[in-house]
Every structure is written in structure tokens, then in C-alpha cells.
Design a protein around this ligand. Structure first.
Ligand code: 4AD
Ligand code: MG
Length: 465
């Protein structure tokens, strides 16, 4: 092989003009090989784009024996001249001159032979599925969205604030935490009353994986002004649904001096910015996903970007559901925690656009939300999306020390002094929300199951790799 600099296929295809007629160097995995006894065509993919590069092997230059290892999934290094393509389906191709085989992929063993494997089958080989067109597209879109999120908040003056993954507090109070321990599970140290003696545990107390970075995020916001977190969160709920994961990523901005209205404005602007970023920067991948999985994808994404979200109090939402005449699986009444079917009715059938539902009954929301004057509802705001249901959950926070203390005591929460201190010393009105990252990726890619938008999904009874 000659000493040349490798070019990524995305760069070659984006603007081939400067490369045409020149010798180029590419490396990648073989997607397919076809041809006849004079010439062989190889579709090469290096992961940088959904598009393959065609490599042409002239059989006067290369023997059958040399080309034999080139099967689907094998990895190769090719040098040759980039020329305008004669054939249909691609603008340019490489006339191979030098070939190096990095690794073979025995066709009798390599599972990704033909196209059209089911997503369920691919989930069982999650270690190989990123090599398919579909998962390549999904994970490139996922990466672009992560970048858009950092870009949005950084440009708005928010600081990226790192909150702990191991914590002693249950932010959402749902009791769905994974415990972290180094105690010997078959010989636990006990107190005299028979309870477990956590003073012998690694941290000297009971500790868990976080369900949300919000509480610590509030410490950041009430000092740096505006922060966001972006990290993994863990929930041990036994929810086997296409919208729940046991390990998922969440983005949690927290803004000092913001009330619920400003919170809603930022949430709406933020989510539109991310979707628009993907539309502008992931065109090829989104068009591929649209063609194969979801014919209405681009139209739906554009619709969300271009239209105002409805803002509606919970009580009015309940009225609409009660008067809809629709038979729901779960009952509707004031005070009920809405099920996904209720949320989707409001969004998909009634308003036909995203809805921000506010002012929920305090009983069904977390302790930290600001109580309204009615004493019954809290200043919560959930953003509900078509096909997804709840994509964002947030609120204005209770900033009054006495009221917050009362809620903490009502819920029987211990060890919250550090959190209450934010209200004791220089308290300020503030708000924030959490966006479930995988639910956003689900929406933007048009995939149906949340397990297909994270490389290695964690869900009940599944923790491979
Ligand atoms: O509504 P949640 O539970 O809100 C919080 O955790 C707040 N502390 C956020 C805040 O105000 N800073 O979760 C926020 C979002 C949901 O709207 C949903 O999109 C996502 O996180 N989410 C999940 N995504 C995947 N799998 C799960 N099990 C999820 N649970 C929540
Ligand atoms: Mg929620």
C-alpha cells in the first residue's frame, strides 16, 4: 500500500470535486459485493455516513483468489483513483489499484448477511447491530442531538453542571432506586433490631444510583444562575413498555429567577432547536429512516418545529378527556395520573399538536413543586408529544422554606437539610425540567421502541454486554 492519508467516506461524498481524478485512500466494512467475471463492485461503508462508496475491482488487475475474502462484513483498505461513476445509484466510485484485507467475516457465521432483519432479532445481537444501516442512522442522529443540546445551552449561557450518579436521596420519591453496596449479600451485618447496619457499607450509609440530577442541579442554579445536567439516570421500575428504560439519559436545565412561564418558553424553544438541528444536519439518515420505518417522519418533525405548543391546565385537560366520549382503558377523573393513552388523545386527536399540561394535583407530583394558591395543585409542566406521550417533566420549584419543609416531612424524606438550605439562605424563585433523551431520539428517528435508540438498552431481566 502507498503512504496516503485516509479520507472518510462522508467527506468524499459530501463534495467529491477536489478528489476526482486523484488517488484516494479509504477504509471500511463491506456491505455487499456483486459483479461478473470482468468486474466486481463492492459497497463500502465506514460508518461516517449512511451512504456507501462503490469500489470497482477490475478482474484483469485482481484475481478471484485476492477478492475471495471480500464478503459482507469484512474490513478492507483500498487505494485507487476516484472517478465519476458510469452506473446508476452513485455519483463517484473508486477504481481499485491496491487492496489490503484487515479482517474476514465468515459468511456461514456472520449474522448480518441479508437486509431486512427484524428489529427484534437485531436487539438480540445488540453488539453487532450498529453495523446495520438502520442503527448507524439512529446512533448518528443520537450523537447529533447530544451535540445540539450542549450547543443550545452553552450559547444561552447555561453551565454544564455535573451531578453525582451515586446518591443518598430519592429525588422523585418514587422508591424506584437501584442500591449500590459492597456489603456481602449473603452475610449482611445487622443492628440489634435486625435491620441492616449500613455503617459498615462502603459509604457508611445506604446509597443508590440517581433517578435524577435535579436536587443537586438546584444547588448549581442557585449559585451559577442557570445550569444543565446531561447524564445517565437509573430507575428500577418494572415497566416493560416501548417508552421506558432502566438506564436512560436525561437533560435537566435549572434556572434561577425563572417562573413556570419562562420554564415553558425555554422547554419549547429547546426541543424545537434540537429537532431543527437534526433536520438540518442529519438529512440523509432521517430520509433513510423515513423511507424504511415512518413515512410521515419529516412532515411530523417540521410540524412540531413550526407550530406553537398548546398550554393547558390539567383540570381543563381532564374536562376534555371526560367529554371526548372515547372509551379509554384506564378511567379518567380529576386527580388521576394520566396514562399514555390519555396524553396521546389530547395531543394526537384533540389538539393535533404538542401540549404542555400544567397545574397538576399535588398528590400525583413530586414534593419539590411549587404549591399554587388553591392549595390543591402544583406548578408542574409536562410536555406531551405525538407518538411519545410525556417527553419533558418539569415545574416551578417551591422556594418557601416552611412550605417545602412541610412537604418534605409529609413525604417522610430524611437527610434533606442540604437541599432545604437553598431555601434558608438567599432563596429565589426558580424552575427547571427534565427531558428524557431517548424519548427525544425516539421522536426524531421515528423508531417505535426506546430499546432501539440506545446502543445497549437496560430493561428488566436484560443486562447483556
Ligand atoms: O418526569 P420525570 O420523572 O422528572 C424528573 O425526573 C425531574 N427531576 C425533572 C426535572 O424537573 N429536572 O422525568 C423526566 C423525563 C420524562 O418526561 C421522560 O421523558 C423521561 O425523563 N423518563 C424516562 N425515559 C426513559 N425511561 C424511563 N424509565 C423514564 N422515566 C422518565
Ligand atoms: Mg414525569
Amino acid at each position: 500500500m502507498k503512504d496516503l492519508r485516509r479520507v472518510r467516506i462522508a467527506e468524499l461524498l459530501k463534495d467529491p470535486t477536489p478528489y476526482i481524478g486523484k488517488e484516494v485512500d479509504v477504509k471500511g466494512w463491506v456491505r455487499s459485493r456483486r459483479g461478473n467475471k470482468y468486474v466486481q463492485f463492492v459497497a463500502l461503508n465506514d460508518g461516517s455516513t449512511i451512504n456507501n462508496l462503490q469500489i470497482v475491482f477490475d478482474l484483469q488487475k485482481f484475481s478471484d483468489e485476492q477478492l475471495k475474502p471480500i464478503t459482507t462484513g469484512s474490513s478492507i483498505h483500498v487505494q485507487g483513483q476516484l472517478v465519476e461513476s458510469q452506473g446508476k445509484g452513485q455519483s463517484v466510485e473508486i477504481q481499485a489499484e491496491n487492496l489490503e484485507i484487515y479482517g474476514t467475516a465468515n459468511p456461514d457465521e456472520y449474522p448480518l448477511q441479508k437486509k431486512g432483519h427484524s428489529l427484534e432479532f437485531l436487539r438480540e445481537i445488540a453488539h453487532l447491530r450498529p453495523r446495520t444501516n438502520t442503527f448507524g442512522a439512529v446512533f448518528r442522529v443520537r450523537a447529533a442531538l447530544a451535540y445540539a443540546i450542549h450547543k443550545f445551552f452553552t450559547e444561552k449561557g447555561f453551565y454544564y453542571f455535573h451531578t453525582p450518579l451515586i446518591t443518598a436521596s430519592d429525588c422523585e420519591g418514587a422508591g424506584a432506586m437501584f442500591q449500590v453496596t459492597t456489603l456481602p449479600l449473603n452475610d449482611l451485618p445487622k443492628n440489634e433490631d435486625g435491620t441492616i447496619d449500613y455503617s459498615e457499607d462502603f459509604f457508611g450509609r445506604q446509597s443508590c444510583l440517581t433517578v435524577s440530577g435535579q436536587l443537586e442541579g438546584e444547588l448549581g442554579a442557585t449559585s451559577l444562575g442557570a445550569i444543565y445536567t446531561f447524564g445517565p439516570t437509573f430507575r428500577a421500575e418494572n415497566s416493560n413498555t416501548p417508552r421506558h428504560l432502566s438506564e436512560f439519559w436525561m437533560i435537566e436545565p435549572e434556572i434561577a429567577f425563572a417562573d413556570i412561564r419562562e420554564n415553558m418558553d425555554i422547554a419549547e424553544e429547546f426541543i424545537k432547536y434540537c429537532i431543527n438541528y437534526a433536520l438540518e444536519n442529519c438529512k440523509d439518515d432521517i430520509l433513510f429512516l423515513q423511507e424504511h420505518f415512518d413515512k410521515g417522519l419529516v412532515e411530523r418533525l417540521k410540524f412540531v418545529v413550526e407550530n406553537d405548543f398548546v398550554r393547558l391546565p390539567y383540570s381543563e385537560g381532564i374536562k376534555i378527556l371526560e367529554e371526548s366520549g372515547k372509551k379509554f382503558e384506564f378511567p379518567v377523573y380529576w386527580g388521576v395520573d394520566l396514562a399514555s393513552e390519555h396524553e396521546r388523545y389530547l395531543v394526537e386527536e384533540h389538539f393535533k399538536r404538542p401540549v404542555i399540561l400544567t397545574d397538576y394535583p399535588k398528590e400525583i407530583k413530586a414534593f419539590y413543586m411549587k404549591l399554587n394558591e388553591d392549595g390543591k395543585t402544583v406548578r408542574a409542566m409536562d410536555v406531551l408529544f405525538p407518538k411519545i406521550g410525556e417527553i419533558i417533566g418539569g415545574s416551578e420549584r417551591e422556594e418557601n422554606y416552611d412550605k417545602l419543609l412541610k412537604r418534605v416531612e409529609e413525604q417522610g424524606l430524611d437527610g434533606m437539610d442540604w437541599y432545604l438550605d437553598t431555601r434558608k439562605f438567599g432563596t429565589v424563585p426558580h424552575s427547571g425540567f427534565g427531558l428524557g433523551f431517548e424519548r427525544l431520539v425516539l421522536f426524531v428517528t421515528g423508531m417505535q421502541n426506546i430499546r432501539d435508540v440506545i446502543p445497549f438498552p437496560r430493561y428488566p431481566k436484560n443486562c447483556e454486554y
